[in-house]
Write a new protein. Structure first.
Length: 341
């Protein structure tokens, strides 16, 4: 693939309509030890063809490789666009979550915020233009997101997440059941993102300030629009928050997602039937990870919880429990069970 030649800063600033130094979009990027990937991320920002002025806010969380050196190279070439923070002490180890909101969202000047981590990147030069046009056309829209390509750095597999049946509009309940938004593709109203960050941090603590919880907060108040375009690539690495390698981290991740769902179920005063479905969803995910890791103890707990809520196991529950409890069953069933439900 031939990479496009990047415009100079002067060329980019001249292409903007209106005040080039008054951004409409703030691109917010968090990076840590992304020396292999950060150039692609920055290129994805700088190749955007938009009449709306934008700024690029990068927070480097005390990288120990030469990620900061690479960012500085681009900062020198694009000083009016790229505005980095270089940490000398890792903030995520202290705060656990909420790095982008705390260090980027609060300093964003744009009316809208687009998010892309330093190991992901955009591939559609019209991404921002298309999304901002929609947001500008309808003040009832809070988020616009798109399809993307998922890259597994461990297996080198690429999977196109090309969904055309994602719900549009008032999607709070659907989003409560499953996170439908890939952060690398999303753009949202800055005012609502900051409002979500302040509310979540105040009432539930920084640990609950996640992309997913902020999407839910916005979806409760505004419409969510999905574009079928493939605009970005999302990398699954060994450090991916949503796809951790370690068993403890896997359980911790699905537990946090469950706690966020229960938190918003209470926030929105959701009915008991929906809350039961949320709980069943969580225990079935727990059963899936138990199967995946041959963890018979957790599988047994998950099965008991499903029985208490639902009264019975479905066929896939039985298969996963068998695979978690027996090495032979796991070997035979592994090709058949590839999803979480």
């Amino acid at each position: 693939m031939i990479k496009p030649i990047l415009k100079t800063e002067k060329e980019i600033l001249r292409s903007f309509k209106g005040d080039a130094y008054n951004p409409v979009v703030s691109i917010c990027c968090v990076t840590y030890n992304h020396k292999e990937f950060i150039k692609e991320a920055i290129h994805g920002f700088l190749m955007q063809e938009t009449e709306y002025p934008y700024e690029i806010l990068i927070h480097d969380d005390a990288s120990t490789d030469n990620t900061q050196d690479i960012i500085r190279e681009y900062e020198e070439k694009y000083p009016s666009l790229i505005k980095p923070i270089y940490q000398s002490e890792n903030q995520k180890s202290k705060l656990k979550a909420g790095i982008n909101p705390k260090f980027n969202f609060l300093r964003a000047k744009g009316k809208y915020i687009a998010v892309c981590d330093g190991d992901d990147y955009w591939i559609d030069p019209k991404k921002l233009q298309k999304q901002v046009d929609l947001l500008e056309s309808d003040p009832s829209i809070g988020i616009v997101h798109t399809n993307c390509i998922e890259l597994n750095t461990k297996t080198n597999e690429a999977k196109t997440l090309n969904k055309s049946d994602i719900l549009q509009g008032n999607v709070f309940l659907a989003l409560l059941n499953k996170n439908l938004i890939h952060t690398v593709t999303a753009i949202a109203r800055a005012k609502l993102l900051v409002e979500a960050y302040i509310y979540l941090n105040k009432h539930y603590g920084m640990d609950m300030v996640m992309d997913y919880s902020m999407w839910l907060y916005i979806a409760y108040h505004k419409k969510v629009i999905h574009l079928p375009d493939i605009t970005a690539k999302y990398r699954i690495t060994k450090n991916s928050a949503s796809r951790p390698d370690e068993l403890k981290k896997q359980y911790a991740y699905i537990l946090k997602a469950f706690n966020i769902r229960m938190m918003f179920a209470e926030f929105a005063e959701i009915d008991e039937k929906t809350i039961t479905l949320i709980k069943l969803n969580y225990y079935r995910k727990q059963l899936y990870y138990s199967f995946k890791n041959k963890d018979s103890y957790t599988a047994k707990l998950a099965v008991e919880s499903i029985r208490n809520l639902d009264g019975m196991l479905n066929f896939r529950d039985i298969l996963k429990y068998a695979g978690a409890s027996s090495k032979i069953a796991h070997f035979l069933l592994r090709p058949l069970i590839k999803d979480k439900f």
